[in-house]
Design a protein around this ligand. Structure first.
Ligand code: SAM
Length: 218
């Protein structure tokens, strides 16, 4: 049934394809999840612009659809993957992952955002996710290892606990660099070694925590 945004969503997917997103499963998930329900009501008209991030309160943002698509594609998840997301925010990235994977563990440091994201994901009928309020730079050790970890806030360095919690062959997708300008990188675990690959430049809000930035000025 139409939710009134089918046309915009389809246009967004075409834009993602034109911008170089090639993974058909990722594109199908983004054609399915109603992104307008993850942004403030007054911003719904911008929900499907592929290169626009939107403020969601608490000084935080929902990332641009293009970044969500590129990060999800880089994580290379499959139907049997167990995945960790650090930085739940609105819950949109978690919804995309929950559409593609077996189970999504998602952590957020701001309680109000975590609760609101859980409410949205519940309302949409997702059952294969768990949200926790905590410092995600520590990972979620009790649930590790993960086939993929996506960090949706910018770290000064790749957080070591997250590398430790990757399954063999698992992929960590994380923006790394300065507080406001970073490189999006994929770190893949290969035995005792890791391989690091750059995807593109990025501009995320800071990852605040023990293995991230210090707390002032979210
Ligand atoms: N993935 C989100 C979405 O789909 O809406 C967007 C996330 S927003 C760009 C980054 C989020 O990371 C913010 O909600 C912020 O509070 C959260 N964050 C920052 N540092 C964190 C940490 N150490 N642990 C967990 N969440 C953190």
């Amino acid at each position: 049934m139409s939710d009134g945004f089918d046309y915009q969503r389809q246009r967004m997917v075409e834009g993602l394809r034109a911008a170089g997103v090639t993974d058909e499963r990722v594109l199908a998930a983004m054609a399915e999840v109603p992104r307008h329900l993850f942004v403030p009501r007054a911003m719904r008209h911008q929900a499907y612009l592929e290169d626009v991030s939107i403020t969601i309160g608490e000084g935080q943002t929902i990332s641009q659809p293009l970044i969500v698509a590129l990060m999800t594609q880089a994580a290379a998840v499959g139907p049997s993957s167990r995945v960790l997301e650090v930085g739940t925010g609105s819950g949109y990235q978690a919804a995309i992952l929950a559409t593609l994977c077996q189970f999504v563990f998602t952590v957020e440091r701001i309680g109000t955002l975590a609760r609101e994201a859980k409410r949205r994901l519940d309302a949409l009928g997702f059952e294969n996710f768990s949200v926790k309020v905590m410092d995600g730079t520590l990972g979620w050790r009790a649930q590790a290892p993960f086939e993929a970890i996506i960090v949706t806030a910018a770290a000064p360095e790749v957080p070591e606990p997250l590398v430790d919690q990757l399954a063999e062959g698992g992929r960590l997708v994380v923006p790394v660099g300065e507080r406001r300008l970073q490189e999006l990188v994929v770190v893949q675990r290969r035995g005792k070694h890791t391989r690091r690959e750059r995807i593109r430049g990025a501009c995320f809000v800071p990852l605040i925590g023990r293995h991230g930035w210090e707390g002032e000025g979210r």
